[in-house]
Design a binder for this molecule. Structure first.
Ligand code: PMP
Length: 406
């Protein structure tokens, strides 16, 4: 089974300086299986035209390919088609929600709540919109273990809070947030919930009927799809009441010299030429994941995650962040005592082991945890315990390379 999956990824067959490539940076972006690469290529070879424009047969095929991809995403999320909007990535989706919903609905005296775990993409748009509207941005803090307590949720989400924007899975710690508790509390006080699924979409089943949130965002490239395609899902009545975020071609109903009216959902939020090739690739990636099965994906990833936590916690001078208790998906953050994370990542790279080092676009979280940078090993369905072994073996060399005795 393992080899069957790994074999489908052309890039994972490559070697780096004669060494097997060990890719442990899937939280940044995953690799793509052949079937996704083929689907994108097939679109450009067989069906490429500007979607929603041409009335000729080729144009209609392009439109059909794009709209079929929307149907695939809708079924992936268990949502109606018109609630699925294609964007460039999770960042654009979160900006769309912040500017379109936020500027219209927030005012002085209101609060927007985020968690300290947020990626900058689910933080800076809210900073900007709060600044523009006079609303206050507040934080739900984790303990040093990265866990959000019930008390924090109860105490911070009060009736002044109009919206809670939070990540489903921390891109640094890989820990799953308590979605049910947060949404229950938010709805109790009449607040809306935005769920950043950039890190959960590749690992967890996303069913909007069950998640109970009001908006959701993810990027295709973190779940085996091409770069440049992302998704916004939102409840229809909210999306209908929101003004467009970007304006221009294809999002209008009619245009006069001084004003315009908007197309119905989903086109209202899809100004300009759409990334149909990306959408087709995303649909292919979803079909590929469904072919393996979400339960199988989760089971395989849990085995590798648990093995990695155990193995890394036994490497001398390695400090792990977060806690293995609770639900996890895909990432482990660590530092090597006495070594800058960039040096660690460069030394691992000499063994063709790819990990990310830095602030991971989560500077407030790192500050909260008392550090400025760390390394992150992150996993996808193609990773195996052998990849973890390679990481551990390479990590054991780091301090020696840097001149420490042991
Ligand atoms: N949120 C989280 C939790 C992420 O990990 C990322 C990407 N690292 C993003 C948002 C933004 O994704 P993108 O760069 O694809 O827009």
């Amino acid at each position: 089974m393992t080899d069957e999956i790994v074999k489908q990824f052309p890039l994972l067959q490559r070697q780096q300086d004669g060494k097997r490539l060990v890719y442990l940076d899937s939280a940044a972006t995953t690799q793509r299986p052949q079937t996704v690469l083929d689907a994108v290529r097939d679109f450009y070879e067989q069906n490429n035209a500007n979607p929603h424009r041409g009335v000729y047969a080729l144009g209609e095929r392009a439109t059909a390919a794009y709209e079929d991809a929307r149907t695939e995403v809708a079924s992936f999320l268990n949502a109606p088609r018109e609630e699925v909007i294609f964007t460039r990535n999770a960042t654009e989706t979160l900006n769309l929600i912040a500017y379109s919903w936020g500027l219209q609905n927030l005012k002085a005296g209101d609060k927007v709540a985020v968690t300290i775990l947020e990626h900058h993409s689910n933080l800076i748009p809210w900073q900007q919109v709060c600044r523009a509207t006079g609303a206050q941005l507040i934080f739900l803090y984790t303990g040093p273990d990265g866990l959000l307590s019930d008390r924090e949720i109860e105490q911070k989400i009060t009736k002044e809070v109009k919206l809670v924007a939070f990540t489903h899975v921390s891109n640094v710690l890989g820990m799953v947030t308590p979605v049910e508790k947060i949404t229950a509390r938010a709805h109790e006080v009449g607040a809306l919930c935005v769920l950043d699924c950039a890190q959960s979409a590749p690992h967890l089943r996303l069913d909007v009927a069950k998640l109970g949130v009001d908006f959701l965002a993810f990027s295709g490239h973190k779940l085996y799809a091409p770069l440049g395609i992302g998704v916004l899902w939102g409840r229809k009545e909210l999306l209908e009441a929101m003004p467009p975020f970007l304006t221009g071609g294809d999002m209008i109903e009619s245009v006069r010299e001084q004003d315009a009216t908007w197309a119905p959902l989903p086109e209202k939020f899809e100004a300009g030429t759409q990334n149909a090739g990306g959408a087709v690739g995303l649909a292919a990636a979803i079909r590929w994941m469904q072919g393996i099965g979400f339960d199988t994906i989760a089971r395989r990833e849990q085995v590798v995650y648990r093995y990695a936590w155990q193995a890394l916690s036994h490497v001398p001078h390695v400090k792990l962040y977060g806690t293995p208790s609770g639900e996890h998906a895909g990432a482990i953050a660590f530092n090597v005592e006495g070594a800058h994370p960039h040096d660690v990542a460069s030394i691992l790279d000499a063994d063709a082991v790819c990990v990310r080092a830095g602030h991971h676009c989560a500077q407030p979280l790192l500050h909260h945890l008392g550090m400025t940078a760390c390394c992150r090993a992150s996993f996808a369905v193609y990773n195996t315990c052998a990849d973890v072994d390679a990481l551990v073996e390479s990590l054991q060399k780091v301090r020696k390379w840097l001149g420490y005795g042991a």
